[in-house]
Design a protein around this ligand. Structure first.
Ligand SMILES: O=C(O)COP(=O)(O)O
Ligand SMILES: [Mg+2]
Length: 229
């Protein structure tokens, strides 16, 4: 079937498809409380998301006192994962319009993948809770491989599972790690402005920027129209 979309679109998860900051904040603050640390506000946690659970805890500890030691991480990471696993979709929702666009792309036979630094078991749990797990034939988490974003191989391996080359695919993400990884792949990348990046996403120089999911189909078409897919 011919269409004017790329053959595959790879999505980041936290801050791109799913607004998960509230539940991540709850889990981080649960862990900080266990260490007698003060809580970190949601606005600050948003900018700590994107490098996986371990880095989130490291950032949360650094923001509330002494930096975490390896022993701290060994103790706190399982605590975080356990708590978050019980609350992974309490308040987490798809960003507005995401479901409709995913269905439109799937309907057009675009192959869809998830490449996230979130641990893979939590990723599957969240995708199931949001009832979008069936839409993604390829899902790789932050602990699926020995490397992760911003390492481009994380995205390239996701594409390999879809059997689509990077030249025929577009990455969609909210953070510097997504954009860096895509550029190194190299492949086209769209930045979303509604995610968790501290730096305005346009300053990270993605190939296109969208403010809402309603704009994604047009952005994909525009980016790919000069390429032979
Ligand atoms: O930091 C995380 O846990 C995951 O972040 P990502 O889905 O934006 O890669
Ligand atoms: Mg993200």
């Amino acid at each position: 079937m011919t269409n004017d979309f790329p053959a595959a679109v790879i999505f980041d998860l936290d801050g791109t498809l799913v607004d998960s900051a509230f539940d991540l904040t709850g889990a981080l603050n649960f862990v900080l409380r266990s260490e007698n640390r003060p809580p970190v506000p949601l606005a600050a946690v948003r900018h700590m998301v994107g490098r996986g659970a371990r880095v989130l805890i490291e950032n949360g500890m650094a923001a509330t006192g002494a930096a975490a030691t390896e022993d701290d991480i060994a103790r706190l990471l399982p605590l975080f994962l356990d708590y978050y696993s019980d609350h992974v979709a309490d308040e987490s929702i798809l960003f507005p319009g995401a479901r409709a666009v995913l269905l439109e792309l799937a309907e057009a036979n675009v192959r869809l993948g998830i490449c996230t630094n979130k641990p893979i078991s939590l990723t599957h749990q969240l995708l199931r809770a949001l009832q979008i797990d069936d839409l993604f034939p390829a899902v790789l988490g932050g602990d699926s491989l020995p490397f992760r974003k911003p390492d481009p191989r994380h995205i390239l391996e996701t594409l390999r599972l879809l059997d689509i080359p990077a030249t025929k695919a577009v990455m969609v993400g909210d953070s510097i790690h997504d954009i860096e990884a895509a550029k190194k792949a190299p492949m086209l990348v769209i930045g979303v402005t509604f995610g968790y990046s501290e730096t305005p996403v346009a300053d990270l120089l993605p190939d296109a920027v969208i403010d809402a999911y309603a704009d994604l189909p047009a952005a994909l078409r525009l980016l790919t129209k000069d390429r032979v897919f």
